[in-house]
Ligand binder design. Structure first.
Ligand code: EPU
Length: 423
């Protein structure tokens, strides 16, 4: 299995270019199934989850073409199979996103029910509830969600918890329903807004994206479109934290600063000088050690759970004590034990981690447990004295494009060692 090896201690310096957003491109690729013409999606990041999504769509009969710039063309006209099998769903929970589009467009879907996950139980009850409200017949048999409908009917759906992919699934389905749908307590994440932009460019009529109420007027058909995916705000935030932790100066380019207000505010609280332009953000620690910060995760526009592990890592070497409270997922502290192996002083209490900053971490072999946890571990490795070896890096490859190259460009001493060499 591949590993990432880091020799910590170099203040990062320079510029890094941000890729397209993983959590926008996955629903966008899936949404192209709703059209009766091909669509082209650009600014697609080269990620394992994108490959998995393409495999899923390809198995269903969609024709896919990728050019050298990772622009993907999806032609759904030959779709013939409406199933997402367990072997793919278990590697990528976002496969659940095919449920709404398949039922809306083809009247049927079989999607393996995602099981538990490293960060929490992550049920999909709200996805199923929303689809039933739209008139689909939904059952769970032999580990599969089976959904059928003639034509979906517009409905008012009130989510009792804010759910990102739940909102996306129901929003996609409602586009082809007869009549108007209203989704209340909808997720307001920038990725939901990007998906709505994509759907509207296919001919959908969605209003209110970016607020907690979506109004979707169903249309008879959707066509194809050309669309460029928004920049990844979590990747952006991760490189900024890398700058903060290493007392460096990092500029991220091709980013969208307005999607990161909560993260930028917290970085400023660490003592960083933050400067933003139209599509760039610069963090400058002026060589100082960051001060610890308290964070509480919550749905957008509050502080994102997908940046929690990175800020936990930051607090491990910051001046003072920071309290990190996770309110979105019940088990998203798997990185804590690994950070402790590097010498971090962290105490878990309920859904909070109390992190007392230490002057120095020391390198050790550690293991990635999920995508964002592994980003936190890599960041810790950048400041740990000696060598840190992060194992199970396939978690990182699901969501960070060439992370070792990008960090390398900023001066980090980091390299990937392939499975054979690592063994
Ligand atoms: N929830 C339910 N029932 C449901 C759906 C969700 O109770 O039917 C609960 C979840 O258990 C959780 C909360 O609602 O406690 C929020 O979960 P949400 O549904 O919003 O999460 P998700 O849609 O499964 C997406 C991202 C995650 C990100 C979360 C929260 C994608 C593909 N995934 O997941 O991204 O952490 O929203 O912002 O968009 C990542 O990129 O590493 C990642 C995990």
């Amino acid at each position: 299995m591949a590993q990432i090896r880091i020799s910590g201690g170099v203040p990062l310096e320079g510029e890094v270019r941000i890729s397209g957003a993983k959590n926008a491109v996955l629903p966008i690729l899936v949404a192209s199934l709703l059209g009766d013409e091909p669509s082209q999606v650009s600014n697609v990041p080269h990620l394992q989850d994108v490959t998995t999504t393409m495999e899923l769509l390809g198995r269903m009969g969609a024709q896919l073409a990728v050019d050298e710039r990772m622009q993907i063309e999806i032609d759904p006209r030959e779709m013939r199979d409406f199933e997402a099998p367990y072997e793919l769903v278990k590697t990528m929970r976002a496969s659940i996103l095919v449920l709404g589009p398949l039922v809306a467009r083809f009247g049927r879907a079989i999607v393996s029910l995602p099981g538990g996950c490293a960060i929490g139980s992550r049920p999909v009850n709200l996805h199923l509830h929303g689809l039933r409200q739209l008139g689909a017949e939904v059952s769970v048999e032999n580990g599969n969600i089976i959904a059928r409908a003639d034509r979906l009917k517009g409905a008012r759906i009130v989510f009792d918890t804010v759910t990102v992919t739940g909102t996306e699934n129901i929003m996609m389905a409602a586009c082809l329903a007869r009549g108007t749908s209203v989704i209340e307590n909808a997720a307001q994440e920038p990725e939901v807004v990007d998906l709505a932009g994509f759907l509207n460019s296919m001919g959908a009529r969605i209003e209110g994206a970016g607020t907690n109420t979506l109004v979707i007027e169903g249309v008879e058909r959707l066509g194809g479109t050309k669309y460029s995916v928004l920049p990844d705000r979590i990747e952006t935030g991760t490189y900024l934290v890398a700058g903060a932790m290493t007392s460096g100066r990092v500029r991220v380019t091709r980013a969208r600063p307005r999607d990161l207000d909560a993260v930028i505010d917290k970085l400023a609280e660490t003592g960083a000088v933050m400067t933003t332009g139209e599509d760039w953000i610069e963090i400058d620690m002026r060589g100082r050690r960051p001060k610890s910060v308290d964070i509480t995760t919550a749905p957008y526009p509050a502080f994102p759970t997908d940046m929690q592990a990175q800020f936990t890592a930051l607090n491990t070497i910051a001046e003072g004590t920071g309290i990190v409270t996770e309110t979105v997922f019940e088990n998203r502290f798997m990185h804590v034990q690994e950070l402790q192996r590097l010498g971090a002083d962290i105490r878990l209490k309920g859904n909070s981690a109390i992190v007392r900053g230490v002057a120095q971490l020391t390198g050790a072999p550690i293991m990635a447990t999920d995508l964002r946890a592994s980003a936190g571990l890599v960041l810790a490795g950048l400041v740990a004295r000696g060598q840190t070896v992060v194992d199970r890096v396939y978690h990182i490859d699901r969501g960070y494009e060439i992370i070792e190259e990008k960090l390398g460009q900023l001066g980090a001493r980091i390299r990937r060692v392939s499975g054979k060499q690592a063994a």
